[in-house]
Design a protein around this ligand. Structure first.
Ligand SMILES: [Zn+2]
Length: 71
């Protein structure tokens, strides 16, 4: 749970997106480890709480049947 500065060079045109909401990550990102031990990179500190909420929502009834449509 800390801010990490980006170490990209000025001519690096690669794009990084927030692991939680998908926003573009510029200059620095919020790094945290979720319940499963996965290190996440987020665009803002509040996304840590959002990630936990989203994870909880995925456990709700109905979500599994919706995702089972994907192949
Ligand atoms: Zn984000």
């Amino acid at each position: 749970m800390t801010w990490v500065a980006s170490t990209k060079t000025w001519n690096d045109t690669s794009v990084d997106n927030c692991d939680v909401c998908g926003n573009l990550i510029i200059n620095r990102y919020w790094s945290f480890t979720d319940d499963d031990g996965i290190v996440m990179r987020a665009c803002r500190q509040d996304d840590e709480e959002l990630a936990a909420w989203l994870k909880d929502q995925r456990k709700q009834p109905g979500y599994a049947s919706f995702t089972s449509i994907r192949r």
